[in-house]
Design a protein around this ligand. Structure first.
Ligand SMILES: *[C@@H]1O[C@H](CO)[C@@H](O)[C@H](O)[C@H]1NC(C)=O
Ligand SMILES: *[C@@H]1O[C@H](CO)[C@@H](O)[C@H](O)[C@H]1NC(C)=O
Ligand SMILES: *[C@@H]1O[C@H](CO)[C@@H](O)[C@H](O)[C@H]1NC(C)=O
Ligand SMILES: *[C@@H]1O[C@H](CO)[C@@H](O)[C@H](O)[C@H]1NC(C)=O
Ligand SMILES: *[C@@H]1O[C@H](CO)[C@@H](O)[C@H](O)[C@H]1NC(C)=O
Length: 362
């Protein structure tokens, strides 16, 4: 008797499965007659997308990555519809604001820094800089966002993956655009709009040796970014301070509409601890990763372009290291692939949007 019942149950299950499969097949065929975008609603495809999102939302050390299968799966993930997760986004915002507070502390301002305050360096526990009245008077009154939440932000790295991407229009349509290391701008691939751009102090030391006597070359270089803030890590290492203050002194009278600002070493240090506490082990975070974290706190939506640490793109074509020069990667203190794995996790969790391919225009 029990056996017969079990058999009947089994038959019933089989019937359900057959009917369900039939439905799936019908679904598959009706949907596949539409464009590939519509095809995304195909349940098998959606299931595969959910699996990929889950897979990439779990951190694995970058060195365990086998590039061939990795780029294939990544390419599949990137053709899946993006799923934003507002809860995840707000959680990240709260965590970052609580730990690091870019909202109130990203740059030194007259408001958050006092005359004669001892500024502790980001990378040292003993070295300090005593803020004098002259430098203090040149700090901005307040942060550019002063309390308001930024809308759609584009964080534009310098990766060669942007070459021929046609992403310029999309990037320029963001409300706030962040760039790095005085990267060249170009309307077709990377856009022109710039609200914040970093300068590496060594760029000034090496490229503008005669800055005090002849500021014109630097003035010309920075004026393409119009009114964007120029941000320097003046208190990361002691060698950064003199050159950063010199840059501020030279540019301020000539381009008063273009603020030169200094990252708060407290912000950068707490951010570094935040990510180290989450297993990201490297000597110092890259400025790209720092400012993506900043954007996660300040912006409603974060779109990330030009971050790709590998030598081949998703279609297996070689990718130059930077979009704007012919340099090859040098050994550095940053672990770009480890950072990239984090970005991929944030993308899969719906906290930010990574762009890894060309931008398509409707
Ligand atoms: C969104 O993120 C929250 C917090 O991490 C998580 O609990 C929830 O399951 C996510 N929602 C979806 C639809 O993935
Ligand atoms: C962030 O910093 C600002 C300025 O110092 C301060 O007013 C605000 O309370 C801080 N917010 C948090 C969450 O610590
Ligand atoms: C922009 O970049 C593309 C290729 O990356 C190049 O063909 C084009 O000439 C550049 N345009 C400008 C204005 O530099
Ligand atoms: C970009 O396009 C130019 C001209 O179409 C081509 O010569 C070049 O190889 C392309 N570069 C990359 C990195 O795709
Ligand atoms: C730049 O700032 C100046 C002076 O504050 C202002 O008149 C001008 O409209 C600004 N330009 C842009 C492109 O925002």
């Amino acid at each position: 008797m029990a056996l017969a019942l079990a058999f009947l149950r089994w038959i019933k299950l089989l019937m359900i499965l057959i009917v369900f499969q039939g439905v799936c097949v019908v679904f598959y065929y009706t949907l596949n007659t539409h464009s590939s975008r519509d095809g995304m609603r195909d349940p098998l495809q959606l299931l595969r997308c959910a699996k990929l999102r889950h897979k990439f939302s779990i951190i694995k050390p970058a060195k365990s990555i086998k590039l061939k299968s990795f780029t294939q799966e990544l390419s599949d993930l990137m053709s899946c519809p993006y799923r934003a997760n507002t809860t995840e986004r707000e959680l990240n915002r709260m965590r970052l604001q609580f730990c690091c507070n870019a909202t109130g502390l990203l740059f030194l301002t007259k408001h958050n820094t006092a005359i004669n305050q001892n500024i502790l360096y980001e990378t040292s526990t003993t070295k300090r800089y005593k803020m004098n009245a002259a430098v203090h008077s040149m700090l901005p009154e307040d942060l550019p966002w002063s309390g308001r939440r930024l809308g759609r932000c584009a964080v534009v790295g310098s990766g060669g993956i942007l070459k021929n991407s046609s992403c310029g229009r999309e990037i320029d349509s963001a409300d706030f655009v962040i760039r790095f290391n005085l990267a060249l701008i170009n309307d077709s691939d990377v856009g022109l709009k710039t609200d914040l751009i970093t300068i590496n102090p060594s760029q000034i030391t090496n490229g503008y040796k005669n800055l005090m006597q002849d500021p014109d070359p630097l003035v010309e270089r920075v004026s393409v970014y119009r009114n964007a803030s120029l941000a320097l890590p003046a208190f990361a290492y002691t060698f950064c301070t003199g050159v950063s203050i010199k840059t501020l002194k030279v540019l301020r009278p000539i381009r008063p509409q273009q603020p030169v600002v200094f990252f708060s070493p407290v912000y950068l240090r707490t951010l570094d601890r935040f990510w180290k506490g989450r297993g990201l082990k490297e000597t110092r975070l890259s400025s790209g990763f720092m400012l993506i974290s900043t954007a996660l706190e300040l912006c409603e939506h974060v779109h990330v372009y030009g971050f790709w640490p590998f030598g081949m793109d998703l279609q297996d074509n070689p990718v130059p290291y930077h979009y704007y020069d012919e340099l090859s990667p040098h050994r550095s203190m940053h672990k770009m692939p480890e950072e990239f794995v984090r970005l991929l996790q944030l993308h899969s969790q719906g906290a930010l949007t990574l762009h890894l391919g060309p931008c398509v225009h409707p």
